[in-house]
Design a binder for this molecule. Structure first.
Ligand SMILES: [Zn+2]
Length: 143
């Protein structure tokens, strides 16, 4: 896991020689995969097709307000280059941040979908997959 957090822009040629091409390849593609996933999530706020029946507003107004709050607050937090939040931080923040123009019932409904789709957890899935590849590679080498 520590290896996956290595800033690849500071890898020297010597580091690459030590790591070897297969491990370096896993490292670089995993970091790019996580980065692309985060950008995709940040740029595509979830737009639920239905909202809570208790909501007095039209679904499009609800979606617009949700989208504005997502972009103005959550995405900035999520993409922070120095202090990226953990998956738990993101879910806690979502649950505890009221969104202007979106009822609590509507907001919680979206959060349920986000949890169900493992939107934030997908980052961990990508890293787990990379670790499995590293283990498989090491296993092959020790044969
Ligand atoms: Zn609503």
């Amino acid at each position: 896991m520590e290896l996956l957090a290595t800033p690849t822009q500071s890898l020297s040629l010597g580091d690459l020689t030590i790591l070897g091409i297969p491990i370096t390849h896993i490292l670089i593609t995993t970091q790019a995969g996580v980065r692309n996933h985060c950008l995709l999530v940040a740029y595509n706020p979830l737009r639920p097709e239905q909202h809570d029946p208790s909501c007095q507003k039209s679904i499009s107004t609800c979606q617009c307000n949700w989208e504005a709050a997502w972009w103005d607050g959550l995405a900035h937090h999520y993409l922070h280059p120095d202090f990226p939040p953990s998956i738990k931080d993101m879910l806690v923040k979502l649950e505890n941040s009221p969104v202007r123009g979106v009822t609590t019932a509507c907001r919680l409904q979206v959060i349920d979908v986000i949890r169900e789709w493992r939107v934030f957890e997908m980052e961990d899935d990508i890293k787990e997959d990379a670790l499995k590849k590293v283990r498989d590679h090491k296993g092959l080498r020790s044969l």
